[in-house]
Design a binder for this molecule. Structure first.
Ligand code: ADP
Length: 300
């Protein structure tokens, strides 16, 4: 497998402060990769650099084999981008938005019409093709953004916080679309601060090729791997203990002590040995536990 997204010692400084700080990772062709982190971690800045919207201060970045800084046009031709802000034109119809994008990418007719129909069908917006975009729901606008991003048949799709601000049903529908696209072979990088999003998209219920998760905090990549790998590194079993206000060591804001164990069985054994089990519980660790353990902070 070849790396199709590559970052090597990438920095982005604003006012001399690094908001992306020595970031390095690769994404393989066909892989789904989630950058997870709290607000301000540097996720959007990373996507903006990879999609040529802002230049890195230092470091090397490639998409689809093209250097993002030196070959931005070639890089752009091979990527689709869905940004956090709704970037479709509300005063144009669904079809007009697609048509405009197709023309900007010099896709000739009849191929352009074929692709517009194909992708509008895929995101189930064919019956709204003549509606003005400003009359669509948030979820429909997001689906239109995805259809538009796919129109020029990119190799890699970048999604910045794709489900932020959407209701649970709409989020789930988008997850299905994202997962299906990945199953069809689309390489994807998405950013999110939602645990459930990452668990759904990257775990894929024990699929043969689960996605990888990069946990970012304060501009740095602090952990990288599949959910299974992260749980195996940090511990699959967890004992949680509620700390009383007066207890020494209760210096964390969460009010809980987390003890990781390699397996759930070992966590259970530990609990069984405790003379006083008040406020203690055993459960399998999850991504949020790992994040809190790594950063000492809650994600949301
Ligand atoms: P995330 O997507 O993880 O929430 P961002 O990449 O949006 O994080 O932001 C990372 C940091 O960079 C934040 O502290 C943000 O305020 C800062 N930042 C982002 N864009 C700019 C900009 N254009 N000028 C100055 N600071 C910026």
């Amino acid at each position: 497998m070849t790396a199709t997204v590559l970052l090597e010692n990438v920095y982005k400084l604003y006012n001399n402060v690094p908001v992306v700080n020595d970031l390095s990772f690769n994404i393989e062709a066909g892989e789904i990769f989630a950058l997870l982190g709290p607000n301000g971690a540097g996720k959007s800045t990373t996507i903006r650099m990879l999609t040529t919207l802002t230049k890195p201060s230092q470091g090397r970045m490639e998409v689809a084999g093209y250097d993002v800084v030196r070959q931005p046009m070639l890089a752009k031709r091979n990527i689709g981008v869905v940004l956090q802000q709704i970037s479709v034109d509300g005063d144009l119809s669904v079809w007009e938005n697609m048509e405009l994008h197709g023309r900007l990418h010099h896709i000739a007719n009849p191929e352009r019409q074929r692709l517009i129909n194909q992708w509008l069908e895929y995101v189930e917006l064919v019956d709204r093709r003549d509606s003005l975009v400003k009359t669509l729901s948030g979820g429909m606008k997001r689906r239109l953004q995805i259809a538009r991003a796919l129109l020029h048949q990119p190799q890699i799709l970048f999604l910045d916080e794709p489900t932020v601000g959407l209701d649970p049903q709409t989020r789930r529908r988008l997850w299905e679309i994202i997962r299906d696209l990945n199953k069809q072979g689309m390489t994807m990088l998405l950013t999110t601060h939602y645990m459930d999003e990452v668990e759904f998209l990257c775990d894929a219920f024990g699929s043969a090729k689960p996605g990888r998760i990069g946990i970012m905090d304060a501009g740095k990549l602090i952990s990288l791997g599949t959910l299974k790998q992260l749980r195996s590194v940090h511990g699959e079993g967890l004992v949680t203990k509620q700390l009383s206000v007066t207890e020494p060591g209760n210096d964390s804001s969460r009010g809980w002590e987390y003890l990781f164990f390699p397996t759930l069985e070992e966590a259970n054994n530990y609990l069984n040995q405790q003379p006083n089990k008040t406020g203690m519980m055993v459960r399998p660790s999850n991504l949020e536990d790992i994040f809190v353990e790594l950063t000492g902070r809650q994600l949301n």
